[in-house]
Design a protein around this ligand. Structure first.
Ligand code: NCD
Length: 325
């Protein structure tokens, strides 16, 4: 959106920076500071309580979310829709099979049009940087719901809300990020959040060909305590508070052969996690393919089917906050 200030008029009401997200696009995890994170954590915690009690406040009555999803999505589009409906708002949805992008419409034109329908827009697209292009064409706040192999900031926030709810802290943690760290956009966003937390140690475990890209990692050097490895050791498992696993992103590889060469390097099962710290939580943005065996699902550490619940609370926070409610 055009406005850059966190202080603006929404529905005739002047909002001050106590809500640090009002009127903002959410394009990159890099836009957050600790104050904003704490706001998201606290507000999402309240929405978790409301969701559990079945009494979500209808703060967005009369507001419309336009969900534009031009890549496959179950969780993220469903999560945004649910969050909006739980807050009393309404949702209009477009996907790539039924949009004029197929006729050759540019993103700029599409969002100049969609802007007329929306109070807020959630956007997923295969191209890195596409959400930023959309945001320039729309006055309504644009929330990046995944721009290709770029970022997925709302997933990173819901991951942080999950850690906060499950561990009751977001500082003083040892985190393992494992899998496709090259193309996995959730990792690219989450890793930008960590320097805002205190005393975080990160182990980045991936096949050599799937390391975090240097354009993501280099800016974090000196700000984040991390090591890279191409194996997952028992010592790392024993010390971890969070084991965050991602699938190898098949759709981002140029050839099937390139995918096959790395697809099965890290296939975890219950036995292989024998040394995992009993208090550690196992996370995954989902969908999983074969990197987490189903025999892990019944471990008390498994947290990946709780993440979508925290995701609804987190997106309620984001939708309400950018709309100044
Ligand atoms: C992730 C994504 O789309 O980047 N899924 C999600 O939004 N929960 C992860 C993935 O597709 O592997």
């Amino acid at each position: 959106m055009f406005r850059s200030s966190s202080k603006l008029i929404v529905n005739g009401v002047r909002h001050l920076s106590s809500n640090p997200l009002v009127g903002k696009d959410v394009l990159s995890a890099g836009m957050f500071d600790r104050n904003m994170l704490d706001y998201v954590l606290e507000r999402s915690g309240k929405f978790v309580t409301h969701l559990r009690a079945g009494n979500t406040p209808k703060l967005l009555d009369g507001k419309v979310l336009v969900n534009v999803f031009m890549e496959p999505s179950t969780r993220t589009s469903g999560s945004f829709q649910t969050a909006m409906l739980r807050l009393g708002g309404q949702v209009v949805g477009f996907d790539s099979d039924h949009s004029s992008a197929k006729k050759g419409e540019t993103l700029e034109d599409m969002f100049a049009v969609v802007d007329n329908f929306a109070d807020v827009i959630a956007f997923r697209h295969p191209q890195i940087g596409s959400a930023a292009i959309a945001a320039k064409s729309a006055r309504a706040p644009v929330i990046n719901a995944g721009d290709g192999a770029g970022e997925h900031p709302t997933q990173a926030l819901l991951d942080l809300v999950t850690i906060s709810q499950e561990h009751k802290r977001v500082d003083n943690l040892r985190v393992v990020l494992l899998g496709d760290l090259k193309f996995g956009r959730t990792v690219h966003s989450l890793i930008q959040i960590f320097p805002l937390l205190r005393n975080i140690h990160v182990t980045l475990v991936s096949p050599d060909a799937l390391r975090v890209p240097s354009y993501v990692l280099d800016p974090l050097k000196g700000k984040l305590d991390f090591v890279e490895s191409n194996r997952l050791s028992d010592d790392v498992l024993a010390k971890a508070d969070v084991l965050y696993v991602t699938r190898v992103q098949r759709e981002r590889f140029d050839t099937q052969q390139a995918y096959d060469a790395v697809a099965n390097e890290f296939l975890l099962n219950r036995k292989g996690l024998a040394k995992l710290n009993s208090k550690a939580i196992i996370m995954h943005p989902l969908p999983r393919v074969n990197e987490l065996n189903v025999d892990i699902d019944s471990m008390p550490n498994a947290c990946y089917f709780k993440q979508p619940f925290y995701g609804v609370a987190t997106r309620m926070t984001l939708l309400a906050s950018v709309l100044g409610k």
